[in-house]
Every structure is written in C-alpha cells, then in structure tokens.
Design a protein around this ligand. Structure first.
Ligand code: FAD
Length: 302
C-alpha cells in the first residue's frame, strides 16, 4: 500500500508594474491568482498551505498605488464637499506614519501594527483585505472611509464598513484589486485609540477601540463615532453608544461607565485562540470608558 499526500505545487510569481497588468491577470485567472503587496500575510498562509494559488501577482513595486493625495468627498445631501485623502493600496504603515496629512488616529493605529519590519512591508490594502482582525479597520470606520475597487469592468466604491464580511472575508470579487481608500480627514475632531493583544500592542489584536468626537460650543458633543475591532466577526460601529453620547451632553465618570456598556449592543463576542468571548465582553466596556474619558478630557480642555 502506498501512502498518499496532497500535492503542493509552489505558485508562479509575476512582479507587476502597472494596475492594468494586474487587472488583466485577475480577469484571466480569477481566484487562481493571489495579489501580494507586502506579503507579510500571504507568505505565512502559503507556508501553512492555507492558500494554493497558481500565480502570485506582486504589486508592491507600483509607484502609482503607493501615493497619498489630497481629495474631497461629495456630501450626498448636497452640502459642501469634505476634505479627504486618497491613500493608495500599497502605501505602507510606515508611509502613513511619515505623512503629516494623515489623521492622528490612523497614525496611532499604524504604529501599533506588528513590529517595525511589519510596518515597513505591510500595506493599507493588505491590512483591509485581511478584514478580521485588521487594525486599520477601526480608524477607517470612524472616518467613514471608502474603498475603491478596480477591475477591467470598471471601478466601484464600497464603504469600508461594507467591505469586511468576516475572518479573511471581504466583498472584493476575484477579478478586483483594491486600488485606494478615500479617507475624510475631519479636521477639529478629538480622537483616541486602544488596542489589547496577547503580547501587548504590537501583536494581533484581541480588541481594538477607536473613538472620534466633535465638540460644539457650550460643552456639547455634536458628532460621536465609536468603532470596535476584533470583538465580533466583523469590525463594527457602536451606533447605540454614539447616539447616546450626542444626546447626553458631556458625561461624568459614572455616566461614562454606564454608557460604555452600550458598546456591544447587537454584537456577539467571538471566542478564539487569543481570548474567550467572556473575556472580550468584560474588557470592552472598560476599554471604551478609558478611551472616552481621554477624548472628553482633551475635548473640554481645548
Ligand atoms: C509578525 C506579524 C505581526 C503582525 N501584527 C499585526 C497587527 O498587530 N495588526 C494587524 O492588523 N495585522 C498584523 N499583521 C498582519 C499583516 O502583516 C498586516 O495586516 C499587513 O498590513 C498586511 O499587509 P501586506 O501588504 O503584507 O498584505 P499581503 O500579505 O500582501 O496580503 C494580505 C491579503 O490581502 C490581499 N491583498 C493585498 N493587497 C491587495 C490589494 N491591493 N487588492 C486586493 N487584495 C489585496 C492578499 O491577496 C492577501 O489576501 C502582522 C503580521 C505579522 C507577520
């Protein structure tokens, strides 16, 4: 009797120089091709044989995808267009940190992704396509960022909130490339971020919390945005908490603790190798209260 084993053929690698070249290959090969940007995730999944593509399409050298430019987003209700940044898909975490136009919340998140080597190689596009757990998800959710997806059939724009469907699962089609993310910059906002990982902040997250508040005159909160990552099977906005914050005015310590319990309303904590669901449920309101307290103190002091 002969032992059988699953044959594993290493994929071919194509170093691409233009988006058109990638889109043509994706149109021809679909899910037989895997896009590789920094490769920090793809290489691990290949080694573990979790993916088995025929061809790796390396996009890390495209200068056209590695740019940050100023842009504007149109208000669907007819108001003034808002300032935004168009962040190319192969912009690395290190590039985000080096650019003074990138909002503080995104920078604070980027500098806690993995190690310096991960930040040097890892890209915005690669992070978002991992979907869960992806640290950039929460700041991008509070900024209402939009993902631009390109294919030979054209370009479509999807809210980052709708892009992420689950653990390494997104709404991107096999023939599409994430080409950029449009990020409204929201000047004047007060923001805060916390990440808890098993081995500290530089590790894959157990929970991430990003908060953005806008203050009006007379100590009022005019806009509250709270995003939670790695808690449920997709990152989400804590809408009940956001609405309560705008209604309540400036909460004090006990009110902050009470409001923070609303953060996971409608969301189910996941159980995985990093933490139990119970641990996540216990930790989340404390993290939210902590970030909220910091944002309120800074907002009131201005
Ligand atoms: C040691 C280590 C620590 C890490 N720590 C963290 C952490 O703390 N937080 C965190 O969030 N992540 C972490 N990661 C995961 C990962 O490194 C980062 O998320 C990184 O940003 C992924 O980017 P990349 O360019 O390397 O992705 P790649 O490995 O190139 O690609 C990842 C996925 O995205 C797809 N993809 C990439 N670019 C595109 C595109 N433009 N269009 C369509 N599909 C695309 C690929 O096909 C693949 O499925 C860590 C990884 C390592 C190895």
């Amino acid at each position: 009797m002969t032992a059988t084993s699953t044959a594993f053929a290493p994929p071919g690698v194509r170093i691409t120089d233009t988006t058109d070249e990638v889109l043509a290959a994706l149109a021809a090969l679909g899910s037989d091709a895997t896009v590789m940007a920094g490769g920090t995730e793809v290489m691990i999944r290949l080694r573990r044989r979790e993916i088995d593509p025929k061809l790796l399409l390396h996009i890390g050298r495209h200068s056209e995808l590695r740019t940050i430019t100023e842009d504007a987003v149109v208000d669907p209700d007819g108001g003034a267009a808002a300032a935004a940044l168009r962040i190319g898909a192969t912009v690395t975490h290190h590039d985000l940190l080096a650019d003074p136009r990138v909002p503080e919340l995104v920078k604070i998140t980027a500098e806690r992704i993995g190690y310096p080597q991960t930040q040097e190689l890892g890209t915005v596009g690669g992070n978002l396509i991992i979907a869960h757990p992806a640290d950039l998800a929460t700041p991008f959710l509070v900024h209402d960022a939009q993902a631009v997806l390109s294919s030979q059939a054209g370009t479509r724009t999807v809210a980052v909130a709708d892009l992420m469907l689950g653990d390494r699962l997104t709404a991107i089609r096999p023939d599409e490339l994430l080409s950029s993310v449009t990020l409204p910059t929201l000047p004047g906002a007060v923001t805060g971020y916390r990440k808890v990982g098993r081995r500290g902040e530089m590790d894959a997250p157990i929970i991430t919390v990003a908060i953005l508040l806008q203050f009006g005159t007379g100590a009022t909160i005019t806009d509250a945005r709270v995003a939670v990552g790695s808690y449920a099977d997709v990152p989400f906005r804590a809408r009940a908490l956001e609405q309560a914050l705008v209604r309540t005015g400036l909460p004090d310590g006990p009110a902050i603790a009470e409001l923070s319990r609303l953060a996971d309303l409608g969301a189910e904590a996941v159980e995985d190798v990093k933490a139990t669901a119970r641990y996540r449920r216990t930790l989340l309101p404390r993290l939210v209260a902590d970030v909220l307290t910091g944002c309120l103190a800074r907002g009131v002091d201005r």
